[in-house]
Design a protein around this ligand. Sequence first.
Ligand code: ATP
Ligand code: MG
Length: 533
Amino acid sequence: MIKKFIDKLLGKSTPGTSGGKPHFGKREEVPASVHGINPELVDRRAAEVVATLKQAGFEAYIVGGAVRDLLLGLRPKDFDVATNATPEQVKGLFRRAFIIGKRFRIVHVVHGRGREHEVIEVSTFRAYLDNSAAGQVSGNEKTSKAQLAGMQHAVDASGRVLRDNVWGPQDEDATRRDFTVNAMYYDPVSQIVVDYHKGIQDAKKKTLRMIGDPATRYREDPVRIIRAVRFAAKLSPLGFTIDAKSAAPLVQSQALLAEVPQSRMFDEMLKLLQTGHAIATIEQLKKLGMAKGIYPLLDVAVERADTPFVKAALVDTDRRVNEGKPVAPSFLLACVLWEDVRNGWQERLNQRQHPLPALQEAIDEVFDKRIGDVSGRGKLAADMREIWVMQPRFEKRVGNTPFGMVMQPRFRAGFDFMRLRADVGEVEEALAEWWQDFQAADDERRDDLMDQAREEQKARQKAQQPVVKRVPRNAPAAAPRAAAPAEGADYPEEGMEFATEGSAPKKRRRRRRKPGGGAGGGGEGAAPATAGE
Ligand code: ATP
Ligand code: MG
């Protein structure tokens, strides 16, 4: 009866690893003298959460990526806790704890407030329900009780099965994790690591090994394919590689990604590019033969990874993440797609369209063509548009424009974008330096800078430089040094006088002397708060 009920709940189960009971692994308790984890790298809050749960009589451990990183001597970026307490039980033990998630119910235990607050994610051990799950459930008295308790939460309001909320014992929880090095449990009280799948050994061998049959595990959840790439990239500097059996089905399994909801794919793509290992990720994708086909926007990023601008953006993103600075998806995607915007804009300028509508149209076209699949992300698209639309405005240093620009909430993102363009020679270095000065300056200095800009303009007009550079229609994709449409484009703005700063071709424009010798132009000195989202 129970089996029937569960069968019904589960629907048709996914194909089995080998048709039989999966191997849950032998529990090994590894002492500190062997694993060598430095307790100082363990987050105090996470250790407290574990201690509280243990005092209340539950099993509790730090788990997953944090244990992996601790073992490797890295400071984990976040700490997850796993326990046999249910979310309700966990919630009852902490003053500020919130049950979140529908598909995967977990508890956020919150410490501190405001920007300083810290969240420890506590999840209940999950049962291994894939493959011939129903059979195992009914075959194990103890497990089925626990699982039936979980079953109360296994169906959402619409009757959709939420299999991920079926509780189970720790060995099953370990088996449903992805890589052996991600499946260890650390008890900060006893300092013991619990390892069911030889994670310690694999960490020593610097191997990323999928638990169970790799092809089956990729089928169960194709996102694991992307995770394989991400961990391979993250750990490649330490000498890690994906074990041959785990790597072998990757390319073939790639097609399964089509089943994954777009929003999850988008998030995974961002994790590849924005967790500080973008360059390494692209290397891995190429090495593993997956440079194409994971996700359309990722394809574009990989294709352009060697162009100076996108390369600079990726390197800069990695640097920022590794310095603990925030990064914004809108910024990176604006960089990746800039080539399309520029080309579309130039085409329209060549057809003698007015610069502003030409730019807007070019942007619309890029959105239609490239990111239809993230159309739900209104803010992201709006932020990208703003970054792009700001670019020609940087050329316009007259009237009130610069004063208005620096007041814009997205100014910093727009400026950082322009800074990168300057780094690859797409706009004048002097222009980037001017803005660097201007945004940091007091009123008096800003007036000086405006005077200076005016003088430069006069000098240019005297030299009778052409205002707009025309590029032949259907010109090949502009190389970074080629004139960006922005340069010298007339750029009228509502409520402001029509003004043209104009800009001379690069070689004619002399580098501006920097009175006061202020901000360095490298972008570094200013610690740009890119896009601060
Ligand atoms: P990171 O350092 O990037 O956070 P992580 O290993 O902590 O890496 P998370 O996405 O935070 O990765 O997931 C935490 C843990 O949950 C993983 O270590 C793994 O044990 C498990 N896990 C997460 N996603 C999956 C998945 N798709 N399949 C199996 N196990 C998963
Ligand atoms: Mg994590």
